[in-house]
Write a protein that binds this ligand. Structure first.
Ligand SMILES: [Zn+2]
Length: 547
């Protein structure tokens, strides 16, 4: 590492804990940055050799350096757009939701359509908010709010009326209209049914998309993130906005884009996806993935299961038959796409793995890095198939704890046997799977630190007095940190340049306010990001750092 003659670095960070996330999980004390890349990593005693008169030296005083985080599954562009609308993510009860909406509606009398997102299904009885509650606030203007996980929506009477939804309206394919006793629409629209209303709303303008991307980027940088995988780009304007931001040189985030495989179209859509992919890559923007929604979610009984939900003959919703899914995956794989599938229930996971196995059999094996996102239930027989097929387990660690979603809306409906193997991250790791972490923001927070806390403890930071959810399924801290850095870089095809703190890699680094490897440093979710570097440049610095 130290070779006698050393060029002075631009920046030396020293005197703390440097978790490198390299293959040996090496811990060092100092790092030198030169020309946007990591020049040296080693002990603090040698750091001075790399400093010259022009070198900026940051003394860590026992704090931590990590590779900058990468989010392997999120929805940053639309979530950034939503941040300018009525945001319900901080409202934890029905009353708080209604107060927030009333305030927003009063502040925006100019809006013909009142739109927002972020309500939580555990704030409402049966997870189904009513149109009557909204009508009391918004009797005249159409109003529509997507929930936190993006699967359900809440509409008022005016919006339902404009969409022509009545007691006589059948449930659309892949969706369900919640209904009252007489069959009249109750106000909640599950899965595909939400599009009956949503499609009427004026779409976000290109300027709103671009502003949304920049808003999300700034927020992510403040949380230590320098790369994200946008899990579903389903409109040309979404991709065009990324390109516009990249063209102006304003994209400081490395972006992996996934084009949505639409269930409304057939195999001919492959030509459009190929065209979009060919036009998509620019600067830090890359498009190489295709996203498929294989099922829904367990909380509204649309996650696809091998055995039915408790006391019912409901197996959930498969968005595609196993045969259709296989044909789509084989086709996408043959055209060189990285296939990224939303899979919650154990049948969705099995169908997805079967389809990927067929793709390998028919097309041969290549460096495809296909991945399955979320993995709430995996049948034990399927655990080893991730390693066998080289499929990355792209999981959302924040969800793996006791919460209203798990305790009230899931466990009673899937029963004890399946509840005993929920979010099987430890089992996947023991079966040799590579795990990467994705927040699914704005479904849940995009702050990696509380997500890491849950990965290690299986306990939510808001309820630290609750018992862990299946403690055997926790990952240790080095494995958890690697899932948000090195392994996320792998699934983002960025590991040659990022994801670990090693010489010659880009200096995408974060500084935390404490030694997070010290068990005495307190819960991870309480730690703070002080500095985020992208290629050696600060894209976020806490004012307290005096950077
Ligand atoms: Zn998602």
């Amino acid at each position: 590492m130290h070779q006698g003659v050393t060029q002075a670095a631009d920046l030396v960070i020293t005197g703390g804990t440097v978790f490198t996330a390299d293959a040996a999980l090496t811990v060092a004390e100092a790092v030198a940055v030169q020309g946007g890349r990591i020049a040296w990593v080693g002990p603090a005693a040698e750091a001075g050799d790399h400093a010259g008169p022009g070198t900026r030296v940051l003394e860590l005083e026992g704090r931590t350096v990590l590779p900058a985080f990468q989010d392997a599954h999120c929805h940053p562009a639309e979530s950034g757009v939503d941040l300018a609308r009525c945001v319900l993510n901080d409202a934890e009860t029905r009353e708080e939701c209604l107060e927030t909406i009333a305030r927003y509606a009063a502040e925006h009398p100019e809006l013909e359509w009142v739109e927002g997102a972020g309500w939580s299904i555990d704030s409402f009885e049966h997870g189904t908010p009513s149109k009557a509650d909204l009508d009391a606030i918004l009797p005249d203007r159409p109003a529509f709010f997507v929930n936190r996980d993006g699967h359900d929506a809440w509409a008022n009477s005016r919006a339902l009326e404009l969409a022509g939804i009545t007691a006589a309206t059948p449930d659309p394919s892949g969706g369900r209209i919640a209904r009252g006793a007489a069959g009249e629409p109750q106000g909640t629209l599950h899965e595909e049914a939400k599009h009956l209303v949503w499609r009427l709303f004026p779409p976000a303008t290109p300027e709103e998309w671009e502003a949304g991307i920049l808003r999300a980027q700034a927020l992510y940088h403040s949380l230590g993130v320098t790369a994200w995988q946008d899990a579903s780009i389903d409109e040309p304007v979404h991709l065009a906005a990324y390109r516009a931001v990249a063209e102006r040189g304003e994209l400081t985030m490395r972006v992996e884009g996934n084009l949505l495989w639409s269930r409304d179209r057939g195999e001919e859509q492959i030509d459009d996806l190929r065209d979009l992919r060919a036009a998509g890559s620019l600067g830090r923007l890359r498009v190489r993935g295709a996203k498929i929604f294989v099922d829904g979610v367990l909380e509204n009984l649309t996650g696809a299961l091998l055995e039915p939900y408790v006391d019912s003959d409901n197996y959930g919703i498969s968005m595609f038959s196993a045969e259709e899914l296989e044909r789509a995956v084989v086709l996408l794989d043959a055209h060189g796409f990285q296939v990224h599938m939303h899979t919650i229930g154990d049948r969705a996971v099995r169908d997805a793995l079967d389809a990927l196995e067929a793709a390998e059999r028919l097309n041969g094996r290549r460096d495809s890095r296909h991945h399955l996102a979320h993995l709430q239930l995996v049948h034990p027989d399927d655990l080893p198939r991730f390693a066998e097929l080289g499929v990355v387990a792209n999981v959302s660690p924040l969800w793996a704890c006791h919460s209203g979603y798990v305790d009230e809306l899931t466990i009673p409906f899937i029963g004890p046997e399946r509840s005993a193997r929920m979010y099987p991250f430890g089992s996947l790791a023991r079966a040799g799977a590579r795990l990467a972490f994705g927040s699914d923001w704005a479904v849940s927070t995009n702050d990696p630190l509380p997500q890491l806390e849950v990965s290690v403890t299986r306990i939510a930071p808001e309820t630290r007095d609750l018992p862990p959810l299946l403690a055997d399924e926790a990952l240790d801290l080095p494995a958890s940190l690697s899932a948000f850095t090195a392994n996320a870089a792998y699934v983002n095809f960025l590991e040659t340049d990022t994801g670990t703190v090693e010489p010659s890699k880009l200096a995408d680094l974060v500084v935390l306010d404490r030694d997070v490897l010290d068990p005495g440093a307190g819960p991870l979710g309480d730690a703070k990001i002080l500095l985020t570097l992208s290629e050696g440049e600060a894209v976020y610095a806490d004012p307290a750092l005096g950077w």
